[in-house]
Design a protein. Structure first.
Length: 118
């Protein structure tokens, strides 16, 4: 009876685990910061666009944030518009009962009678 003793290098296993967790946490932190900065970046570019387009009158257009109510109204309108493009279906599922009880496709006896391949 051969018994194989596995020696685990715990230092390597622990350091590999710590490095793996740190990589995942840093990636999540990076994504969090990116998603937090996207609205500020968009706001900056929109202010620059309005400044180039309207010049000195840009002060009137400083409040360009879209509220939650406006976002909800736009998303509801898009949802209703996209759902109107599909056909109306009854929602009924019909299942026909097949009167044939024997089918050679489901018969296992034909597979049993075949000679074994050599």
């Amino acid at each position: 009876m051969n018994i194989v003793v596995l020696e685990i290098n715990w230092n390597f296993a622990i350091s590999l685990s710590v490095i793996g967790y740190l990589i995942v946490l840093l990636a999540l932190l990076f994504l969090f910061l990116i998603y937090k900065l996207i609205p500020q970046i968009l706001h900056f570019f929109k202010k620059q666009y309005l400044k180039r387009k309207y010049g000195a009158e840009q002060e009137e257009y400083t409040d360009i944030a879209v509220t939650g109510e406006v976002s909800a109204a736009i998303s509801a309108a898009l949802y209703l518009y996209l759902n109107e493009q599909h056909d109306d279906e009854s929602g009924k599922i019909t299942i026909k009962e097949v009167s044939r009880k024997y089918s050679p496709w489901s018969s296992k006896i034909y597979g049993m009678r075949q000679p074994l391949a050599k």
